[in-house]
Design a protein around this ligand. Structure first.
Ligand code: SAM
Length: 290
């Protein structure tokens, strides 16, 4: 730990002091596990590859552990926090530990799954996400903030693997395919339990992402996602059977799959996002468009 006040990060003592002062008892419902280790913060910020002129979106700043680290690397941080006590305290913590950066922070008191506008357009997402809503939060932010070009999030290790999984792997599923619509996702490390207070029961994982254009298809994102949901709702079935409800009948599903160049006997877990985009483009309602 460094004692230099310009780079000091929050350790166990400061986190407990702040929590005590606010009378905050971390709750599971809000996924409140606070990082108490400066080296972990430095590791996350380094892996996030943030450029000095970037505006970083942080979801769930909590007591400010990661916020301080990001502020050292970026031009601005927009922090979205659902807990009013934590949101209200954050500007004071930053003023205390990084007075020169106090104007570079915006705090938005909101549920991250509800935000559709922010005071500055973020170019990067760096966050230790609340674990129970990590996937929907990431997908929501991808959808509503096209300015997000890259990022790094900490989630449950198993969820990190799921987000970064590729077709054919056992854990490849809806989160993997939907995330791939927006970005290339990659696993960027594992973080142990002891760097948190309170310590979670399982390891955490880092996932980095780089945005890319979605596959070219006449189908909308919603239509592609509907095909994905249908295919994985019955993942043990062949696509012909799993997509019967989606297409209107098994025969209609087979026609759409063949037109998309996909084997009707295959299973959804073998297909990449491009193939789902092609399948959606051949839904019976798209006749004449593909
Ligand atoms: N960033 C801090 C750190 O690393 O120490 C705290 C991370 S903690 C895992 C998750 C944070 O997200 C908590 O501060 C919690 O209050 C907040 N949170 C939970 N659900 C949220 C939501 N839906 N929208 C925004 N923030 C949320």
């Amino acid at each position: 730990m460094t004692s230099d006040p310009t780079t000091a990060l929050l350790g166990a003592t400061e986190i407990r002091r702040l929590a005590g002062e606010l009378d905050v008892r971390p709750t599971k419902t809000l996924g409140q596990n606070f990082v108490i280790d400066g080296n972990t913060i430095r590791r996350i910020v380094a892996a996030a590859d943030v450029e000095p002129d970037e505006v970083v979106l942080e979801v769930g700043p909590g007591l400010g552990s990661l916020t301080l680290g990001i502020l050292d690397a970026a031009r601005r941080v927009v922090a979205v926090e659902i807990d009013p006590k934590l949101a209200a305290r954050l500007p004071r913590t930053i003023a205390e530990f990084r007075p020169e950066k106090a104007d570079a922070l915006d705090v938005v008191l909101s549920d991250a799954m509800q935000v559709t506008e922010l005071p500055h357009a973020p170019t990067a997402l760096v966050a230790n996400l609340p674990y129970n809503v990590a996937v929907p939060v990431v997908l929501h932010l991808f959808e509503h903030f096209p300015s997000l070009r890259h990022g790094l999030v900490m989630v449950q290790d198993e969820v990190a693997d799921r987000l970064a999984a590729t077709p054919g792997s056992k854990i490849y599923g809806v989160p993997s395919v939907k995330a791939a619509w927006y970005a290339h996702m990659r696993k960027a490390g594992i973080i142990g339990k002891n760097v948190f207070w309170p310590a979670p029961k399982i390891n955490s994982g880092l996932v980095g992402f780089t945005r890319h254009d979605p596959p070219e298809t006449p189908a909308s994102r919603e239509q592609v996602f509907a095909a994905i949901d249908a295919a994985f709702a019955q993942r043990r079935k062949t696509l012909r059977a799993a997509l019967a409800g989606w297409a209107g009948s098994a025969a209609a599903a087979e026609t759409a799959l063949r037109a998309a160049g996909v084997d009707p006997q295959a299973r959804g877990e073998k297909l990449g996002i491009e193939e789902f985009a092609a399948i959606a483009a051949h839904h019976p309602s798209m006749a004449g468009e593909a």
